[in-house]
Design a protein around this ligand. Structure first.
Ligand code: BT5
Length: 258
């Protein structure tokens, strides 16, 4: 596979117009963070030796997935980088549903799930210089053709192959994501989060459900009621609404993994 294979027929202006493709790397997010790449450049690897999740967790990245990091350097919202996690979530959800004719949903803030299992994870990291954000790296990991998973992931991870029985080309999956991501990023730049948030809520599997909020050792039960303007999850706990931010907690459904 070559970088150019990802660009064939690509209908975007900036996302994916520059591709840096490597066979192996620790993490495409690390590669992207170190680079001087311009807006929309995407780093893609066949395998990651140290794929990262949130809060120091590991992302298993063998040869069978699409592991990529998109560099965003223009029109970055200075106060609300976490909104980019939500934009990526909608974009990936829409791209997979369109390309594969499936019905994925978002588990706030950053998982794409289907049939109670995790198909995609998103890790957005900000690079700051002199206190201001100069670059955002949106890491997206999509399980494409894995037919099984190691250890505890067996019960909670899935792939496009497992869900559809089809082997999708990573290039096709990537192009669909680039196109949706550019569409939603442009909408966000021009119209802000308001309209995107309603769409996010309609795709969000947690809303209206009972959830557990896990912060370190602590676990609190509540109901997910909606998404705030900042992209936080609005949760009802003992009859009171509070907003939780993605940086600090994990959320789990009371019934099953999602
Ligand atoms: C995430 O973290 O879901 C963010 C994953 C981001 C991965 C991409 S790949 C390209 C870029 N480069 C990187 O190094 N990272 C990004 P979190 O919500 O913390 O979920 C991590 C949890 O998901 C783990 O603790 C496992 O339970 C589970 N997990 C690990 N690998 C998985 C996989 N391949 N498929 C499904 N679930 C997985």
């Amino acid at each position: 596979m070559k970088a150019n294979d990802f660009k064939q027929g690509l209908k975007t202006k900036y996302i994916g117009q520059n591709i840096v493709y490597v066979e192996e790397v620790d993490s495409t997010n690390n590669l992207a963070k170190k680079s001087e790449a311009k807006h929309g450049t995407v780093f893609i690897a066949d395998r990651q030796t140290k794929g990262k999740g949130r809060l120091g967790r590991e992302w298993v990245s063998e040869n069978d997935g699409l592991w990529m990091s998109v560099c965003l350097t223009e029109n970055i919202p200075s106060s609300n980088v976490s909104s980019i996690t939500l934009i990526c979530g909608i974009a990936v959800c829409r791209a997979l549903n369109r390309l594969c004719n499936i019905n994925t949903m978002i588990k706030w803030p950053n998982d794409i799930v289907i049939n109670g299992k995790k198909l995609t994870g998103i890790l957005v990291e900000a690079v700051t210089e002199a206190g201001s954000v100069t670059k955002v790296v949106a890491g997206i990991g999509i399980n494409v053709s894995a037919d099984n998973f190691p250890g505890e992931l067996k019960a909670k991870a899935t792939s496009l192959l497992i869900e559809t029985g089809n082997t999708y080309k990573r290039e096709d999956v990537a192009r669909a994501v680039f196109e949706e991501l550019e569409h939603y990023y442009n909408r966000f730049i021009h119209g802000g989060m308001e309209d995107i948030l309603r769409e996010y809520e309609s795709l969000c599997a947690n809303i209206g459900k009972q959830i557990a909020i896990i912060k370190g050792e602590e676990e609190i039960n509540g109901f997910a009621r909606g998404i705030s303007e900042n992209g936080g999850l609005v949760v009802e706990i003992n009859g009171e609404l509070t907003e939780i931010c993605s940086g600090e907690v994990s959320v789990r459904g009371i019934y099953g993994y999602v």
